[in-house]
Design a protein around this ligand. Structure first.
Ligand code: COA
Length: 316
């Protein structure tokens, strides 16, 4: 019987420090307003890592919570895949730091670099490994501390990002109706210059308007691709869990799928754009508050620097 990769637990971890738009502007001397940020992006606040917090510490805590929700222990994890653009070190990978933090003494871990689409790429790799039998279980984690790579004089960009981590724990299950149905990945290096980090330490540079234009068309296309690959109509989708970059992009995708707003998970107002962490964070919130239930058809999508973009369709 065919193996399916089934999410058995989700977890999230947000830094303790929260700044609303006015506090952010005051702290960094930004010439901006709460109204501008809300109207252009939907963002009202974001979490910001403090001195003791890092991609490793936030990611490890999100992973612990995902394991706890699954009723699993770190001994049962075969593989850790971390999506991050803000690792603690160029190497070793954040995944092996998290492996150590979890007390794991076996298995393997590595990081994936696909910017805001990183979680979808990491999930797709984990799914391939689980279905091929290379691993029987996996932690897939998105963890970011973008506050450390922002240019605080670039008001069009620095107001849009936040810090945090989200994680899922998956197992390979034989003959399950649940699990990942398919993932669809894309990149186009010709667009590398519209959203990138200078060198390895930053700052982040973004041509916001250009990115916006690509976002709606590319996400709409990859969503159609995911549905067509599974012979499903958009009406079959119970939940859209989109990358949380901008409320206007999220609403455009909801309209495209004919989904009522209450079927679209939105956290951008509370978390801002947490890049690779945004999809697992949003998933974790909607699973945690009981909206997403076992058996629901869930569509994940994201776009980010590269450009990279992708979608995953799964039965939760
Ligand atoms: N506060 C007040 N004014 C600001 C500002 C801020 N924080 N940032 C920019 N502005 C000003 C600009 O200077 C410009 O003023 P001008 O017309 O006098 O020159 C005006 O607002 C419009 O700027 P523009 O950059 O054209 O705004 P926009 O409508 O394109 O919105 C974004 C900017 C970044 C919110 C929007 O382009 C966006 O959301 N892009 C997608 C970003 C994204 O999702 N990236 C992540 C993908 S992973």
């Amino acid at each position: 019987m065919a193996l399916r990769s089934v999410i058995q637990g989700c977890g999230a971890c947000l830094p303790a420090q929260v700044l609303d738009n006015v506090e952010l502007a005051e702290r960094h001397g930004l010439d901006t307003t709460d109204t501008w940020i809300r109207e252009r992006s939907g963002i009202t606040r974001r979490h910001m890592a403090g001195p003791g917090e890092s991609a490793t510490s936030l990611g490890a805590e999100a992973a612990r919570r995902a394991l706890a929700q699954a009723g699993a222990t770190a001994d049962e994890v075969d593989c850790i895949i971390v999506a991050t653009a803000t690792p603690d070190n160029a190497f070793p990978a954040t995944a092996v730091h998290i492996q150590r933090e979890l007390g794991m003494t076996r298995g393997f871990g590595f990081d994936v670099s696909a910017a805001c689409t990183g979680f979808i790429f990491a999930l797709s790799i984990a799914d391939s490994m689980l279905r091929s039998g290379q691993a029987r279980s996996a932690l897939v984690i998105g963890t970011e501390v973008y506050s450390r790579i922002l240019d605080w004089t670039d008001r069009g960009t620095c107001v849009l990002f936040g810090d945090g981590a989200g994680a899922v724990f998956l197992r390979a299950v034989e003959g399950s109706e649940r699990g990942i149905l398919s993932s669809h990945l894309h990149s186009d290096g010709r667009q590398a210059g519209i959203l990138y980090v200078e060198g390895t330490d930053g700052p982040l540079r973004m041509a916001g308007r250009e990115v916006f234009k690509h976002a709606v068309t590319k996400l709409a296309a990859v969503v159609d691709e995911a549905l067509a690959a599974n012979g499903l109509d958009r009406s079959a989708v119970d939940w859209l869990v989109p990358h949380q970059a901008n409320i206007r992009i999220i609403e455009a995708m909801g309209r495209k799928l004919d989904l009522p707003p209450e079927r679209v998970v939105v956290t951008v107002d509370q978390h801002a754009n947490t890049s690779a962490a945004s999809v697992p964070l949003a998933l974790s919130v909607a699973v945690g508050d009981g909206r997403i239930r076992q058996g629901d058809l869930v569509l994940l999508e994201a776009i980010g620097g590269g450009l990279t973009w992708g979608a995953t369709l799964l039965r939760f």
